[in-house]
Write a protein that binds this ligand. Sequence first.
Ligand code: PLP
Length: 422
Amino acid sequence: MTTELSPDALTGLLERARQDYQDLVGRGLSLDLTRGKPAPEQLDLSADLLSLPGGRHTAADGTDVRNYGGLQGLPELREIFAEVLQVPAGQLLAAGNSSLELMHDCLVHALLSVLPGAESRWVDQERIAFLCPIPGYDRHFALCERFGIDMIQVPMTAEGPDMDVVERLVAEDPAIKGIWCVPKYSNPDGVCYSDATVARLASMNTAAADFRIFWDNAYAAHHLTDEPVETAGLLAACAEAGNPDRAFVFGSTSKITAAGAGVAFFGSSPANVQWLLGNNAKRSIGPDKVNQLRHVLFLRDADGVRAHMERQRAVLQPKFETVARILDAELGGTGLATWTSPKGGYFVTLEVPDGCAKEVVRRAAEAGIVLTPAGATHPYGDDPRDAVIRIAPSYPGLAELEQAIEGLAVCVRLAGYEQQAG
Ligand code: PLP
């Protein structure tokens, strides 16, 4: 990433960066780029949810949604999301408001009760490990840490995890029980898995008979361009490859309707769905079907979801364009950084010279710009290269975002040139 600079040129650039940083600190900013959450104007797009279901309380089949029951969730809502999540409605479960909660529960249930195809519970085994493509989502890593699951890092490529590495590891180690995947517009690097990656994941030989792919399709419908990316459906691919129980598909409307009041989904083989329903029946007498009905009335069908996501895009796209424009203007050609241009999702990944990410984040914080901690994109919060910074542009308004990215660019120049100057 570094370019050769003459000592004089470097001194000049460093002086300017120091001056710009002083000016930045002098501005007394208070900005936050940590939150991958929808902005208020995005939530306003779903304001009608607050007045729905408008006195209605019966589902299509006559179920009174106010009452107990219906553990699998409203069929008409599952129909809508079957297409979005590439899971037949009969194999889809509509649950509470958080898919992370479902991932948590699946881990707990797999630890405490035997999975279809397994000989014993995970908790009875000496060691359990998951593959973690990096950079990745910190909350996946936090779940592994929470349950004592070892994390084995796998590098990401432009097509998803490096499948040569994945295939080798899962074939030789029966302790590897799973892999975390965010297959579309991945958090944080925006990568979309290629058809070849999906096919290889579905068909690879695993030493563990109870191996599961935690397919966190959090950004399945979250496009930022006119060319929505299509990814191959993992569940069908697994069934075709003779591994029908391998895929656990997760998704939610957190970043479609309301991040704190949406609906989460789980999709899998009939055996896995029965396994989860059986376990869930012990912890709940049924999900919030009023919220599910509200979502049916608001979104109507898969076309309704698409139309709604176009409105989301109208809010988000200018923010991502702003990030790209400023990074390009301020850091393009410096050799100090590269960044992603995602076609969807919620994040931009900024890579700075090795050894500089923590320093950039520290400098930014001192100037009043809070960034996601460096290292959060890696297991145990430890990025061995100390190079990756996750930018979350969704929440701030455009004017604030501009200030924050301009300030961030100053911090990158300062940390980068200081390192080069030794
Ligand atoms: N999965 C990924 C990859 C995410 O980025 C997020 C939120 O940032 C979530 C899951 C959280 O999903 P939910 O709100 O459904 O719990």
